[in-house]
Write a protein that binds this ligand. Structure first.
Ligand code: NDP
Length: 385
């Protein structure tokens, strides 16, 4: 049977990898809707190639250009929050959530409310509203399929088992491009050096998050919500080769791991075909050629973001919202040359200390706290710049 799919964030790294797989198996998938923020050309091109019915451009200033690019096709151009919600909740039965940042939260909630199966790459939505999102998914009977390679690995190791027999989860981390740099060296690193990840090709924001290791901190919070396990039962181990994508330790002492090459098309394919499997064009893992697998404990001194994320998770549900928003603003400022690399974690810590807020009881309250944190962090960036 054909699976009807929508891809939110279709022009990004995860979005284009998803399209690549879908276009290789046209008999299995029908593309219903695609979205982007500003990239009209790539969105229009993908809509024409796949025969999508709806193409939503988030930036209203790009709407006229979008309409023009789709003139004479059967694909409708749209913009605005309602159109984004329509892309997430319309005709599709499977939705790829691959918008970057908290901007992905409302569309993900719309997909859940409409009962869609959600393939979740957009970790920031789970970090900021994990409890609300998982409650909504349970209430609606919605399956959340983790796309992040670590959480997808855990999902594959667990199969249909519950976490009752799980002792702990072990998230692997590559350590990023600065794994062997001193704190003083890291402080001098440029955006170009920070986005040059040794193993993975990804969007700019997650690449910087990997360099600070905030990415692993966000993934810790993500794992907590997806698998309903407390912070002390989720460990992080640095594994520079990115071959073992994560592990599950059971109460009897067994550990199961999922291995594969560093190609996001593998976890994406797993979610696309779930509960079946599909072929991918990915290179096969050759362990003899790889030779060795190394593991080491993360360095919490050089990578303070890890400590900040764990502390935020262990506090209350307001702190991950502040952590995430301050990090999004700081990473953007770093990428635009306004602050240094070491300022990112320092500014996140400052926001965590200074932006107050109660645990959010609704998505509106999450968004309100997110906005207040952004205003605080924006003011700080202006001072620093
Ligand atoms: P990219 O920056 O490559 O792509 C982001 C996508 O979201 C683009 O389509 C972009 O459109 C769109 N977008 C950006 N801002 C907005 C907005 N405000 N409203 C609507 N759409 C928006 O990101 P990635 O693909 O790297 O990452 C996407 C998500 O997946 C992130 O949450 C990331 O953490 C997660 N992830 C990514 C992995 C990877 O390998 N890349 C691995 C695991 C998780 P436009 O192109 O027009 O700007």
């Amino acid at each position: 049977m054909t699976r009807k799919i929508s891809i939110l964030g279709a022009t990004g790294s995860v979005g284009t990898s998803t399209l690549d797989l879908v276009e290789r198996a046209p008999e299995r998938f029908e593309v219903v809707a695609l979205t982007a923020a500003t990239n009209v050309d790539a969105l229009a091109d993908a809509a024409k190639r796949t025969g999508a019915k709806l193409a939503v451009i988030a930036d209203p200033r790009r709407y006229e250009a979008m309409k023009e690019a789709l003139a004479g096709t059967d694909c409708q151009a749209a913009t605005g929050d309602d159109a984004m919600a329509e892309a997430a909740s319309g005709d599709a039965d499977w939705v790829m959530a691959a918008i970057v940042g908290c901007a992905g939260l409302k569309p993900v909630m719309a997909a859940i409310a409409a009962g869609k199966t959600v393939a979740l790459a957009n970790k920031e939505s789970l970090v900021t509203a994990g409890q609300l999102m998982m409650d909504a998914a349970r209430a609606r009977g919605v399956e959340i399929l983790p796309v992040d390679s670590e959480h997808n690995a855990i999902f594959q190791c667990l199969g249909s088992r519950s976490c009752d027999d799980v002792a702990r989860l072990i998230l692997t981390a590559s350590g990023g491009p600065f794994r062997q740099k001193s704190a003083a060296e890291m402080a001098q690193m440029t955006p170009k050096q920070a986005v040059a990840h040794p193993n993975w090709s990804m969007g700019a924001k997650i690449s910087v998050d990997s360099a600070t290791m905030m990415n692993k901190g966000l993934e810790l919070i993500e794992a907590h919500h997806l698998y309903d396990l407390p912070s002390e039962r989720i460990d992080i181990v640095v594994h520079p080769q990115s071959i073992v994508h994560s592990l599950v330790e059971f109460i009897d002492g067994s550990q199961l791991a999922q291995l594969g090459p560093s190609d996001m098309r593998i976890p994406i394919a797993h979610a696309l075909a779930w509960p079946d499997r599909m072929e991918t064009p990915c290179e096969r893992l050759d362990l003899a050629a790889a030779g060795r697998l190394d593991f080491e404990a993360p360095d919490m001194e050089r990578f303070p973001s890890l400590r900040l994320a764990r502390t935020a998770l262990e506090a209350d549900t307001s702190r991950p919202v502040v952590l995430n928003a301050a990090n999004e603003v700081a990473v953007d400022a770093f990428l635009n040359g306004r602050i240094g690399f070491a300022d990112i974690a320092a500014e996140v810590e400052r926001a965590l200390d200074e932006v107050e807020g109660a645990p959010p009881a609704s998505i509106e309250e999450v968004i309100d706290l997110d906005q207040r944190t952004r205003a605080f962090a924006d003011a700080r960036m202006a001072e620093l710049a």
